[in-house]
Structures are given as structure tokens and as C-alpha cells.
Design a protein around this ligand. Sequence first.
Ligand code: ADP
Length: 470
Amino acid sequence: MSSRSSVFFRSTTFRLTAQYSLIFISSALILFLLAYSLLSDAVREGDRLAMAQKVREYASVAIKRGLPALVEFVRMEREDFDADEYYLRLDDPSGQPLTQVTPTDAPALPAELPRDLGPAIQWAFLPRPDGEGLIELACRSLPGGATVYMGKDASDRERLLKQFRVIFAGIMALVALVGLAAGFLLARRTLKPIQGLIDTVRAIDTGRMDARVPDEGADNELNELARLFNAMLDKIKSLITGMREALDNVAHDLRTPATRTLAAVEMAASTKNDAESLREALLDCAEETRRMVSMLGILMDISEAETGAMRLHLGRTDMAALVTEMTEIYQYAAEERGVALVVTPMDRLPVVADADRLRQVLGNLLDNAVKYTPPGGRVDVSAWREGGAVAVCVADNGEGIGADDIPRIFERLYRADKSRSKRGLGLGLSLVRAVLYAHGGTIDVKSAPGAGSRFTITLPAAPDFKAAPA
Ligand code: ADP
């Protein structure tokens, strides 16, 4: 067998074809067998009823009036007996025929016939003595050991049934062919989305990332699989694009401090014996290097938090105290910028979290709020219990964020164009979101240009936290 055909016989298409065809063909076979058995019963029933009735009549004469009376009864009946059709024989207890009738042009029944049959009617098929067909026989024993046989030539009937069998076999062969073809088409149709899937994976393997499984539009599991697969590919593509962009941004953002470091080093190298210039160059190098180290550190923190690898030092801590502590720290920067930083007094809000990481989260939100609010503006900070969670809101009436920027501000290194003039790495909100994610928390932003921004974060409340009485 060639390897191509052996692959086909191992394929799912072949197995499905075989299963579908088997179901189809066996159902058709069962139907045909049922129809044939009903037909043959119907054809045989008429003859059998007539013969059984006659045998019962003879038995009743023999029982009521004895064997000689039955012989006489048969003799008298001979005139109107349908001699063209039926065989009749009455044997005495020793098996010798007392009387017999044979259809015209037919040989007599064989001498040896079954005996001691009991009082119930028995059915048997005998070959005609001249070998030209079959005789169906109804027979029973009579009181005293005699036997009555009633027979009819069943050749025509059996020939007809045989013809039916041949026709049925022919139809069955046709049905089997149709079943195989239908099974194959059905299997191909069922597996079409899978074939699409295989073709798509092959295309992607050869570098065509935009290949997608064709959507058949049907509402079934395989199409659902194809749709999910396409959605997964879209997601992978956007992740790869995101990663590329992030890498480009990292390269771009690292280039500036690296170039500055290089310039400082070259300057220092060209300065001869000027200790002050050398010191300045070294400080510049240290500053730029710190910037790079901090950026790489935050990027690693974000990756760890997003992949669940961030090591959190969890402990019971009071969110209200953390909010107060952090706003106090940013009070100075706010005053310097001429922004009012106002905290709504709050009760204890226990959470189980990494306090240092939460300080980072609050610090970033407060830093942004103060940074992106012009002098004379205001930042409001509040925290409260909300169902099973603790929420903190940092709201400012600063410059706000454009609708196009809102979905992107949590991406690594993304900064809205107008923010580029302010200090920052574009990593703060990515880290905030990743740390909250690692804590099972959420972040939500409502903002519009000129109308200020409102960042709300939630964290699961400590399990044993009972709301303070009102
Ligand atoms: P950055 O270092 O630029 O502040 P972030 O990740 O903290 O980076 O924020 C991403 C961008 O989201 C910012 O560049 C800014 O455009 C926007 N943004 C964040 N917070 C605010 C805010 N309170 N008001 C206006 N814009 C904000």
C-alpha cells in the first residue's frame, strides 16, 4: 500500500466516512430486512391460514367420529376439493397412506413423511419428489396415531420471494455506494473548518501572520473553534506588535540617557586635569545611568506583576493610613506647584497587601494628578469601603486625557503627546495596573480634556474587615 493511501486510511476523514456510512448502511439494512420479513410473512400467511383451517377440520372429524369416518369424509369431499392446488394425505398409525390427493400434473408426496407430531400443527418444507420446487406441509397427529398432511406447492411463492431478495440485494449495494459517498461528503463537510485550521497553522508557520481560518458563518462548535482560534491569533498579533512597539520605545528611551552618558564621558576625556569638570561629568553619568536602571527596574517589575511572578510581601495594612501618609509626602510638591491637595477624612480601611507596592501605586497616581494639573487647580483624594472591596479615588481638575489616549495610557512607555514636555517615563500607570492586578484589584479612569481626570482603584478588603459603625 502506498504511503499516501495509508495516510488516508489513518485520517479522521476516513474514520468519519466509515462511521457515517456504517450507520447509514446498517439502518437501511435493518429497514430492508424488516420490510422483507413482513412481505414474506404476508405472502405465506394466506396459504398457511387455508391449510391450517383444513387440518383442524380433519382433526375435528377424526376426534368426533373416528378415523374411518374421516377417510369417508375426505372421499366425499374429493369432488369439490381444489385438486389443482393442494396435496392431502392421511396415514394410518403404521405410516401407510389411507387416502391421498395430489394436484394435477404433480408427483405424489414422498412415501416417508414426518410422524408422531403431536396434536399441534407443524410446518415443514419438502423438496418436490421430481426436484422441481418446494412443497410446504402442514401436518399433525390424530388420535390413535394416524397423521394428516396438507401441502401446497410453494415454488412460485418462493421464487417470487427469491426475486425480492435479489432486488433487495441490488438496492442494498446501491444504498451502500450512496452511503459511502454521502458519508465521505459529510465527513469532508464536517472537517472543513479543521482543514481551514490546518491550512492557517501551516501558513503562519511559513511566516504569514495575517492568515486566518475562513469563517463558514455556521453556528456550530467547529466554527466556534475557528472563531476562537482567529481571536487568539489577533491577540497574539497585537501582543507581538505591542512587544515590538515596547522594544522600540525602550530602545528609543534608553538611547537618550545612553547618548547623554556617552557625551559626558567624551567631554570628560577631552578635559585635561580639570577636577571640577570631571566631577560634573561623573555626576551626569551617574544621573543618566540611574535613569536607565530605574527604567529597566520598573519594566521588570511590570513584567513580573503581569506574569504573576512578582514577590509580594503581604500583610494586613490600613489603606486609610497609607493614603494619609502618601498625600502628606506629595503635599510639598503640590504646594510648590500651586495645586491644592485635599484629603477627605476616612475611617480605617484594612486590606491584605504589600504596603510598599501600594505606596508605589498611590505615589504614581498622586504624582500624575499634581503633575498634570496646572497651578491653581485642585486634587481630591478619598477612600471608602465598597462591598467586599476598598476603593481609593484620586481626582484632579487638570488638563484631562483625550478619548483616543485613554485606552493607551496603561501601556508601557506610552505618553500622550502633550505630556512629553513634562518629566516622566510613561511607565507609572503600567506599573500601577500591574501591581493592582497582582493584588486582585482593579483600576478605572474617567477623564475628558479640560475636565480633569478621576482615577479609582479597588482592592479586596481584608477578609475579617467589618465596616465601622455609622
Ligand atoms: P508618565 O510618566 O508620562 O506620567 P504614566 O504611565 O504615569 O506616565 O501616564 C501615562 C500618560 O497618561 C501620561 O503621559 C499622561 O498623558 C496621562 N496621564 C496620566 N495621569 C494623568 C492625569 N492625572 N491627568 C492627565 N493625564 C494623565
